[in-house]
Design a protein around this ligand. Structure first.
Ligand code: GLN
Length: 282
């Protein structure tokens, strides 16, 4: 098998930090997977040509309005939409990256920013408030347990003007039209699936991979009467087929576990795609 190229969109934000952690994650995979480990190439993406050479992509944290503006000026918005929604290549967005990958984002001026889309969710931007309300929280991430023994230790979640997934949208036609009628909400343009594999990927439903325990959990011991259902916690990590999004910034820690987990997903998807391509046509 040839090597796998993973790009990090490098228009603005914490792309350098992602590249450092990707290298660290690849080293840990090489150790655990031995001869089965893939050869990885990690590149900064600023042009369509660089994007074309990628098997998978990360959209970093930063400022989603700026990233979308620069992407539009660099003629990258349409190629990015094709990458995620038509070719269904593995893509991961952190914080601002999650906003760009949402089909719908609120607290956004109409015409103020464009989305790439790919995740059938509505995100609430700056959910926890302003920069000064940034915080860190230990996160339980059960998905990291795969291949490990026992419960993984908590992951440090870094939240900086972070979005949360406030609604999982039904996977059906016309949802964009409905979302677009909301005030201060922008939606991503839809894309037709290209082939059978892409169609199957688009049928996938949104999986919630992690929540930030809400006030209910914090207040449980204080005897305060609250609506536990409503306060069950904010959705901070989701996956739908090839698209993965996190509200927080793993790239601002030195913990490579989520990057290693995601690289394993990329490895599987790429191997599947390459095997399918090398099968004789029937
Ligand atoms: N609030 C920012 C936005 O709307 C995201 C912040 C971040 O990526 N740390 O783009």
């Amino acid at each position: 098998m040839g090597s796998i190229t993973v790009g990090v969109l490098a228009l603005q934000g914490a792309f350098y930090e992602h590249l450092q952690l990707l290298k660290k994650a690849a080293a840990s995979l090489a150790e655990s997977q031995g001869p089965a480990a893939s050869q990885w190439e990690f590149i900064e993406v600023r042009t369509e040509k660089q994007l074309d050479s990628c098997d998978a992509l990360i959209l970093p944290g930063g400022e989603s309005t700026t990233i979308s503006l620069v992407a539009a000026r660099s003629n990258l918005l349409e190629p990015l939409r094709d990458f995620v929604k038509l070719h269904r290549k593995p893509t991961w967005g952190t914080c601002a990256g999650l906003i760009l990958l949402a089909e719908s984002a609120n607290r956004t001026k109409k015409g103020g920013q464009e989305l790439i889309g790919g995740l059938d969710v509505r995100v609430n931007r700056n959910h926890f408030g302003r920069q000064t309300e940034s915080f860190q929280a230990p996160l339980d991430l059960p998905f990291l347990a795969a291949g490990e023994q026992g419960q993984p230790s908590p992951f440090t979640g870094v939240f900086i003007r972070a979005p949360v997934v406030e609604k999982i949208l039904p996977n059906q036609d016309g949802i964009q039209v409905e979302e677009n009628q909301r005030e201060e909400t922008v939606v991503a343009p839809s894309r037709e699936a290209k082939d059978q594999a892409a169609k199957e990927a688009m049928d996938k439903h949104v999986e919630v991979l992690a929540k930030l325990p809400g006030r209910a959990e914090r207040l449980a011991t204080t005897g305060v009467d609250i609506d536990a259902e409503k306060e069950a916690g904010d959705i901070i990590a989701v996956k739908q087929g090839n698209v993965f999004g996190t509200s927080f910034h793993p790239e601002l820690t030195d913990d490579p576990r989520i990057h290693a987990w995601w690289l394993r997903q990329v490895q599987e998807a790429v191997n599947k795609r390459r095997n399918a391509q090398s099968l004789p046509l029937r």
